[in-house]
Unconditional design. Structure first.
Length: 142
């Protein structure tokens, strides 16, 4: 029910992001979604890709600081307010969202998020019949 997300630590200076992107490019790995959060000295480049385990290995081999974590990805109808509806389900269950990002794919909204209570999030997804995206589904995005 969760997917692998890579978190790559990059310095806030010219050329560090391109090194990451070049490794993925040379490895033939497709980025599905990504976001960068920054501080004064470094950024965290979070990404979902077609082959996260291989991407992790290739980035490590290139000397890039990378971590892998589980996140949830749910599919939403592409209508205003659907993200709010989904997050309300988790909020009512007392589940905090640590961070999230989203994108549109084939007319559907995709909401990616991390939570402080994965087990309770799983239960809420199942009880509310939310459509989740599994790891094997990512290849259809690439």
């Amino acid at each position: 029910m969760t997917i692998n997300q890579l978190s790559i630590f990059i310095e806030n200076r010219s050329g560090t992001l391109i090194k990451v992107l070049e490794v993925l490019k040379q490895s033939g790995i497709q980025i599905v979604a990504s976001t960068i959060a920054d501080t004064a000295e470094y950024g965290i480049y979070r990404l979902i890709c077609s082959e996260p385990i291989r991407a992790f290995d290739e980035l490590k081999k290139a000397g890039i600081a990378v971590a892998m974590s589980d996140v949830f990805a749910i599919e939403l109808d592409n209508q205003p307010g659907r993200a709010a509806d989904a997050i309300e389900i988790f909020s009512k269950a007392g589940i905090s969202i640590t961070y999230m990002y989203s994108f549109l794919f084939n007319g559907k909204g995709i909401l990616i998020f991390r939570t402080d209570n994965s087990e309770q999030a799983r239960e809420s997804i199942m009880q509310n019949n939310l459509k989740f995206i599994a790891e094997e589904d990512l290849l259809s995005f690439a």
